[in-house]
Write a protein that binds this ligand. Sequence first.
Ligand code: DC
Length: 233
Amino acid sequence: MPVIAIDGPAASGKGTLARRIAQELGYAWLDTGLLYRAAGMIAADDGANPADPVAAAQAARTLAKRIAVDGPSALGDPRLRGDQAADAASKLSVVPAARAALLQLQRDFARAPVAGNRPASGAVLDGRDIGTVVCPDAEVKLYVVAAVEERARRRVKELQGRGQTAIYQAVLEDLKQRDARDSQRAVAPLKPADDAFLLDTSALDADQALAAALSIITDRLSRAVFVSPKVSS
Ligand code: DC
């Protein structure tokens, strides 16, 4: 079962890229950031600090139970795309026990990916630690980067497109803070896996990024047929 792991910093375009790769290949897609956002909002809605280790672990376990019962609709809250959820997720994701509570969910999805209600022939997961921790054996690993100023410009455009006010300088500072928190935490920090392909999208639009990613993926998957011990006789 091919697994495509896509990691990178906030607003690097990895989510859009992962969704479109899954669409192109007919694979199922899991936005793992949404899990952290949902857990962060459970803590925030309880009036707890998502950075508090006990509250964070409890919220992540609650989310895992909700997903087991309700499936993907447990991730359907429209607030999860907003800044409050992003901030709560970034804080909660520093807590090792919260990460541990979300790990099995992600691995289960990679092993038996489902799109809609149907089993899919492969999985695309995007996040921060997919290639390093969640799916270290993924057939293809992409690490998507873009200059922080370019990411801030894209985020401002996206927010304005949704009719929200966005100030470039504030968005830039927020991204820098999240980058620092994501890459400096002790557990599963944001970093490329040793065998990840680096994809710099600073000068690429979404279509160009997709074309570049698909070319890496198809090349890697065609080789995997020859080198995979599972298929050699
Ligand atoms: O990708 P995103 O912006 O939705 O992620 C929100 C936060 O969740 C991010 O700041 C860090 C955390 N996260 C993580 O630690 N590990 C992942 N695999 C995905 C997200």
